[in-house]
Design a protein around this ligand. Structure first.
Ligand SMILES: [Zn+2]
Length: 311
């Protein structure tokens, strides 16, 4: 098959398998238009010479990813985005769950700490934490003076072997194409039974899957799509074991948005019947979603891995 012949040349960024198949293709113009329309950001320079973007599916580890890899966002992209009000709002849930996995007195590194919101929170709980981030406009320390190293983990790891009780990285992995280097370098910095705590968007959450205007879940911002299965599978391909995987429940703040996204999807599928359904459900939508809230997925999920002793 033509599809197979092409994808044979591509290796999965998570498990390096070449058993990769083509899921879907989308024109570059689609992504450029979405960013322009929703966020008023021009991303066309990322798509120069690229007509089609592919979503590929790894048959070995279930990870799905965008291709070509050259689409991955560069630092200036995040500077543009940081001017956008909605960007850093939705990170509370994983902050609290990550914090519950840490203990007072632990030595912890956060990769991708931004301005240091999680650093501050952990510091206030008696955790010895420091951060890594490569953002150009960031300072070298947070508000309380917690150090922020302006390095990527691969470089930082060279001088910090077996040093940390835990490494936390929240909403970083899905941006990367060099996942293998990232995880190996993180494990290298952990003490022999240290913990790697990662959070990524849960692509099975309908609030993400059905939201056609969520361009932040598309390249150049995101390069990968993790289902809970693919996320948990990380432990099969690296010297670490999965301790827990927790999916965010839908937050009350998002229940209206959830209804809107879901009903738009249903209306597209069912046409006039979908419209009738919307008329019936709309008045009770808030109560209904509120009641079902704990059964519905929010955007995020967090997994805790333990480094294997022998690594
Ligand atoms: Zn894979």
């Amino acid at each position: 098959m033509e599809t197979k012949a092409h994808t044979n040349l591509i290796h999965c960024p998570v498990c390096v398998s070449s058993d990769v198949t083509l899921d879907t293709t989308q024109s570059s113009a689609y992504y450029i238009d979405k960013y322009k329309h929703v966020l008023n950001i021009d991303v066309s320079n990322y798509f120069t010479g690229i007509e089609q973007v592919e979503i590929l599916d790894c048959k070995t580890c279930s990870y799905r990813f965008y291709h070509p890899f050259s689409l991955q966002a560069q630092p200036e992209f995040y500077e543009n985005l940081s001017h956008n009000d909605t960007y850093y709002l939705e990170e509370k849930w994983e902050f609290e769950i990550a914090l519950s996995k840490l203990k007072k007195g632990m030595k912890v590194l956060e990769i991708g700490c931004g301005e240091g919101n999680f650093l501050e929170m952990a510091y206030n709980h008696g955790i010895f934490i420091e951060g890594l981030d490569t953002g150009k406009n960031l300072l070298t320390e947070s508000k309380s003076g917690i150090p922020i190293h302006k390095q990527v983990i691969e470089t930082f790891a060279q001088d910090h072997a077996n040093e940390f009780d835990a490494i936390v990285s929240l909403q970083v992995l899905e941006h990367l194409t060099e996942i293998q280097n990232f995880i190996n370098a993180s494990l290298y910095c952990l003490k022999p039974t240290g913990k790697l705590i990662l959070a990524v968007p849960n692509i099975e959450a309908k609030i993400l899957r059905y939201d056609e205007n969520n361009c932040l879940n598309m390249p150049p911002h995101h390069m990968g799509l993790f289902s809970p299965k693919a996320f948990g599978n990380l432990s099969k391909h690296y010297p670490m074991r999965l301790l827990s995987l927790k999916k965010e429940p839908l937050s009350i703040d998002h229940s209206k948005r959830y209804y809107r996204i879901y009903i738009t999807h249903i209306r597209k599928k069912l046409g006039i019947f979908g419209m009738a359904l919307d008329k019936i459900l709309y008045p009770i939508s808030e109560t209904m979603i509120h009641a079902l809230r704990t059964q519905l997925n929010g955007q995020s999920m967090l997994a805790e891995f333990r480094k294997n002793n022998r690594s």
